[in-house]
Write a protein that binds this ligand. Structure first.
Ligand SMILES: [Zn+2]
Length: 154
């Protein structure tokens, strides 16, 4: 196991600008912006434990490694048209567009994950919603194939 780079643990940013909350019963935990962010702004620099295990709140750092035990980023919701992205080389959460105070912060799980801990049916509501969400290096699992058949997705 290796830990995050030392600079990533320095609390140089406004670390209270985000908060983890329970969005609702169906969506579970998520992350909310407590202030506004500009497009392109670094919202948060994260730290955690980097290892080889994939778990519910881990995120993929590179081909072999995953980060868990993060304060916020493990709780980010998926969106097919997200308002933020993760820079896994710089350990940063970056706004893709202007984010208003109170907005739920979303990322595209398939942008970082080869395989998801658990695939799921997306309800993000975006015009470009992909429906069934899986990692970028895998296809839909058996549940996904059944979901796609039910929803007439080729
Ligand atoms: Zn979606």
């Amino acid at each position: 196991m290796t830990s995050a780079p030392e600079w990533a643990t320095a609390r140089t940013m406004d670390d209270e600008a985000l908060e983890v909350l329970r969005i609702d019963e169906r969506r579970g935990l998520g992350v909310r912006a407590r202030r506004g962010f500009a497009a392109g702004e670094v919202m948060h620099r994260f730290a955690g434990v980097v290892g080889e295990t994939i778990c519910q709140h881990s995120l993929q750092v590179d081909a072999e490694r995953h980060i868990s035990g993060t304060r916020y980023i493990g709780y980010l919701s998926h969106g097919c048209d997200p308002n933020a992205r993760l820079d896994m080389a710089g350990f940063a959460l970056i706004a893709l567009r202007a984010i208003a105070p109170g907005e739920i912060v979303t990322i595209d799980y398939a942008a970082t994950e080869d395989r998801l801990h658990r695939q799921f049916a997306c309800t993000c509501g975006a015009a470009v919603c992909r429906g069934w969400i899986h990692g970028r290096g895998e296809g839909p699992d058996a549940r996904g194939m059944a979901w796609r058949a039910d929803h007439d997705v080729a």
